[in-house]
Design a protein around this ligand. Sequence first.
Ligand SMILES: [Zn+2]
Length: 115
Amino acid sequence: MVSLGAGICAERTAVVKAISEGQNKFIAVAVTSDVPSPTTSPCGICRQFLREFLSPSIPIYIISSEYPSELPSWLDKLDQDQESDEIKKYVVKMTMEELLPSSFGPDNLGMQGPQ
Ligand SMILES: [Zn+2]
């Protein structure tokens, strides 16, 4: 089993915790696991959940468990479109829109969407 439907994933836990503490503006999401390749993207349930709170342009970083500590932090690259080739071996960058294309969010119902 790779999608723990009856449980709650780390992505949803992090958003719920942030909102419960009054933080409702997000600038990025980072996902990692103990898997060496940067392929552990959020599950389908989390993608829709994240879309409720993230604007389509928010970057989603999927990070390898083998990210070398001697490389610069990917956090330092948040505002740059060009990450180094070395970092790209360990980090996949997507946007919320790429992760869940043609998504359904609050703005589809005329509600104010995530900022
Ligand atoms: Zn999930």
